[in-house]
Design a protein around this ligand. Structure first.
Ligand code: SF4
Ligand code: SF4
Length: 339
């Protein structure tokens, strides 16, 4: 059911929701961008409607609420182990279509990948609900339409769109209907989504093994500096590593942390005995790209990348992920003609 609220009504709605939920939303942080005098949009907890950034796509994804950069899993002594306490208060996350699609990928990896679920992920996930921010127009770098991540999402309590100083809501959660009815008027509302992006990609249906030796990857040896920014902003990257932190010099008391990791950073594939699976930046780029638009699909039936474009926004070397996908597609096609 749809509702239209005034700015005052939206303010009251956010205050009302704050009684039940911690609200986690994109927030514009003036002057906190990568370069001097630049802004950044990152996720943060909010209490006021004015804090929520509804127009600009966030530079960083919402995933840090689900997969924190550093998360203590448990504490240990010589005799016992205790799981770290979790905050059990429900959280309402404001996000866009591409990010709701990304959530499906995160759930797939942590909850539906093999015979057991990730217990620590699940205990955060079960307390999260979502509010969908509509997209009136395409962002600069996104290619969500090519990735099929621009619309058709379920799993949100309500959507929110801004139009001529009013706020439009498509309310899916029946328990919230009386709140919206009290604060605004009924209206026909369809959450906005984009149907076209400036950036488009073509994804190969299948990839021959010969692509591993293809020269398309070579340029990344000189261009990519292995900083890992592309992974940390990506809403679908899920890699992590483990750290045991010891409190005492005898090393028998401490905590185990799960810490975000990056497949693009040197050392990620180091193994015992001095081995390393992917030594060069080209090999790492090949792995990342094929994982996002081919290998994940082979396992789960759909692509991992949702086309949010954040990796392009973050890369200090101006490496474009969609350009790389299109190069891959061309190389596969040319290979097929020659074979
Ligand atoms: S690979 Fe890039 S475009 Fe695709 S989901 Fe990750 S950040 Fe977004
Ligand atoms: S952000 Fe760019 S330079 Fe950094 S690891 Fe990713 S592709 Fe390489």
């Amino acid at each position: 059911m749809g509702f239209v609220l005034s700015e005052k009504g939206f303010e009251k709605l956010i205050r009302h929701l704050s009684d039940t939920y911690r609200l986690y939303a994109p927030v514009l942080k003036p002057g906190e961008g990568r370069f001097t005098d630049t802004d950044v949009v990152r996720y943060d907890f909010v209490k006021d409607s004015a804090e929520i950034e509804l127009s600009k796509k966030s530079d960083y994804s919402f995933k840090e609420i689900l997969t924190p950069l550093s998360e203590t899993l448990f504490y240990f002594t010589e005799q016992e182990m205790k799981e770290a306490d979790a905050d059990e208060q429900p959280v309402l996350v404001f996000l866009r279509n591409c990010d709701l699609h990304a959530l499906r990928r995160l759930d797939q990896i942590y909850l539906q990948n093999g015979t057991s679920q990730d217990w620590f992920y699940n205990r955060i996930r079960r307390n999260l609900s979502f509010a969908l921010i509509g997209c009136a127009e395409s962002c600069e770098d996104g290619f969500c339409v090519s990735m099929g991540a621009n619309k058709n999402v379920e799993g949100y309590l309500f959507s929110i769109d801004q139009e001529d100083g009013k706020f439009l809501f498509d309310v899916k959660d029946f328990s919230l209907l009386p709140v919206f009815a009290d604060l605004g008027n009924e209206a026909e509302v369809t959450p906005r989504f984009v149907t076209e992006n400036k950036v488009q990609v073509s994804i190969p249906e299948t990839v021959p093994n010969s692509i591993y030796q293809n020269p398309i990857w070579d340029e990344y040896n000189t261009r990519c500096i292995g900083c890992g920014r592309c992974n940390f902003v990506c809403p679908t990257c899920t890699c992590y590593t483990m750290q045991d932190v010891f409190y005492t010099e005898n090393g028998k008391v401490g905590e185990r942390r799960r810490v975000a990791a990056s497949c693009m950073v040197d050392g990620y594939t180091n193994v015992a005995g001095g081995g390393q699976y992917r030594k060069s930046s080209a090999e790492r780029m090949r792995f990342k790209v094929l994982h996002k638009v081919y290998d994940f699909r082979r396992r789960f039936g759909y692509d991992m990348c949702v086309g949010c474009g954040r990796c392009d926004m973050a890369c200090p070397e101006y490496i474009s992920f969609p350009v790389c996908i299109n190069k891959l597609n061309r190389a596969v096609k040319e290979g097929q003609i020659h074979e």
